[in-house]
Design a protein around this ligand. Structure first.
Ligand SMILES: Cc1ncc(C[n+]2csc(CCOP(=O)(O)OP(=O)(O)O)c2C)c(N)n1
Length: 528
């Protein structure tokens, strides 16, 4: 571990956030701030252990992570100022920091929601045979969310190259871990998933660095799947905002003072020659002040920016009617076979297309629509999933962001409600929130309808929910011809598409050309 490099990074983060504290009352910073002060050792210890090509996902408390991973002070300050030159063009703010070219894949304001995306990104890395490692940061509060548990399970099943970093500051807003968790032992609990797990109590960069270096080396050597590291730490400031909040009475200044006394910035600084340390500090100060000037002088985004980055514009999103002259006139197949044919042809054309969902590998093969695909393309590209609608949707988003084209199948749209957060808050908004840095080429196949007696939780047609969400496309084919063409167009689309199938039409036959063709979304066909 290079002490000077570590000190520089720790000092840069501490001073950058102290400047946020200083500037905040001027109202120039245009978003809430969840400061990392006191927790810097975790981000620095982890990021210094990573290599080029490794990626990280974070939480809304990710100033330290962003700066440790990217060192990008200008993009950071400009983003907090809401300026067009920010890392996300001023569209994200403090809680949504991303710099994809530097491996900082993004953060989320919704607790725990980047965890499954990191799982999907790790799936993509393993699928491509890369030797990279994905890291996801989370708080101790996130350990209570269902999606965390779903993610652990899937990451363990698939032995993914993923390191979970839990920054345990003992608090979720103002509530202590002991009041929220019956057994307050997160790393112990994770072992129950069959995932190697460690707890580091000392909040020091060297221990965290050593632990993550070893975990990453084992993953790169193909000697293991996911690893969990719980880092005990302390946030010095209030939950959100620049101040102290000891007056609230949920903790005392004395509790925090104990952590301040062992502050790693001081400890490591003390090991560096004074002259050298002063030089590092002066360089960092200059960089920080230059970044603040850059943010102050940069323009705000144009109003028109409100409408950009909602969808990825590409040839495939321009509205065009379907046009195909069938080479096989008179050929008729069923709706379900048309869906299968679309999957088969796209999987054969494009190796990035993968298909998964509950029961995809079941003998009934989702009404025959996934029949024999696993045999044809392998279980890496076609697989059944655990019962985990939320995390599997998050994983699908992570795969899509990482360059795959997932088709995630749901046997009922009713059950898609469990994935609403990932679809509405993440899939639909990632491109906009991160200023166009990512796209989410995801298809969600969801079935609706049933002819008799299924009750109110098996018969809903909820596509209108999704039609009100900017960033999502919705298609509902009613003929075998459209079933094939719409699915091919959806798979080739660079945006998330909800593809709705009514069970009654699965049994209808109709003319379908054998070759691949697209029916692009945009205008409904008048069927009768
Ligand atoms: C799903 C969800 N529920 C509730 C909230 C409100 N909320 C914001 S921060 C927070 C506490 C999270 O604590 P933890 O995960 O330990 O992270 P820390 O703030 O300590 O970094 C809560 C409950 C939210 N943002 N998302």
């Amino acid at each position: 571990m290079n002490q000077e490099k570590i000190y520089r990074s720790l000092y840069l983060i501490r001073r950058a956030e102290e400047e946020v504290v200083r500037i905040y009352p001027t109202d120039k910073i245009k978003s809430p701030v969840h400061l990392s002060i006191g927790q810097e050792a975790v981000s620095v210890g982890v990021c210094e252990a990573l290599q080029a090509g490794d990626t990280v996902f974070g939480t809304y408390r990710s100033h330290a992570l962003y700066l440790a991973k990217t060192g990008d002070l200008k993009g950071f300050f400009a983003e907090l100022y809401g300026k067009a030159t920010g890392c996300c063009k001023g569209k994200g703010g403090s809680m949504h920091l991303a710099n994809v070219s530097e491996g900082m894949m993004g953060t989320s304001a919704v607790v725990a929601t980047t965890i499954p995306q990191a799982v999907g990104c790790a799936y993509a890395a393993k699928h491509r045979g890369e030797q990279t490692v994905v890291v996801v940061f989370m708080g101790d509060g996130a350990a209570e969310e269902g999606t965390f548990h779903e993610s652990l399970n899937f990451a363990a099943i698939k032995q993914l190259p993923l390191i979970f970093i839990c920054e345990n500051n003992l608090l979720a807003i103002h509530t202590h871990q002991n009041q929220r968790q019956h057994v307050a032992d997160i790393s112990g609990m994770v072992r129950g998933y069959g995932i190697p797990s460690e707890r580091i109590d000392t909040n020091d960069t060297a221990s965290i660095h050593a632990c993550v270096t070893a975990a990453a080396a084992a993953i790169r050597a193909g000697q293991g799947g996911p690893v969990f590291v719980e880092c005990m730490t302390c946030r010095w400031k209030e939950h959100v905002g620049p101040g102290d909040d000891f007056d609230l009475g949920y903790r005392s200044a004395k509790d925090v003072q104990e952590w301040k006394d062992s502050d790693d910035l001081k400890v490591i600084g003390g090991k560096i020659l004074t002259e050298r340390r002063t030089q590092i500090e002066a360089e960092v100060e200059q960089e920080i002040q230059a970044a603040i000037r850059f943010a102050e002088e940069s323009p705000f985004p144009d109003v028109a920016q409100l409408y950009t980055d909602v969808f990825k514009e590409s040839a495939a999103t321009k509205l065009e009617p379907a046009s195909i002259t069938p080479s096989t006139p008179g050929r008729e197949i069923g709706f379900a076979d048309a869906v299968r044919e679309a999957l088969d042809q796209e999987m054969s054309r494009d190796k990035t297309v993968i298909v998964f969902g509950l029961d995809v590998d079941d003998p009934k093969a989702i009404l025959g629509t996934t029949r024999d695909l696993a045999q044809e393309y392998g279980t890496d590209r076609v697989f059944g999933t655990p019962l985990a609608e939320d995390a599997m949707t998050g994983a699908a988003i992570g795969m899509a962001v990482a360059g795959l084209r997932p088709v995630h199948i749901h046997i009922r749209m009713d059950f898609l409600m469990l994935a609403m957060n990932q679809l509405v808050n993440i899939a639909a908004k990632s491109r906009y929130t991160f200023g166009g840095q990512v796209s989410v080429p995801l298809v969600v196949r969801a079935m609706i309808g049933r002819s008799w007696g299924q009750g109110a939780q098996h018969s809903q047609a909820l596509h209108s929910f999704f039609m009100h969400v900017p960033g999502l496309k919705v298609v509902a084919p009613s003929t075998p011809y459209d079933a094939k063409g719409c699915l091919i167009a959806a798979i080739r689309d660079d945006n998330p598409v909800i593809y709705v199938e009514h069970r009654l039409v699965h049994y209808q036959n109709g003319p379908v050309p054998e070759e691949a063709y697209e029916v692009r979304p945009g205008k409904a066909r008048i069927a009768a």
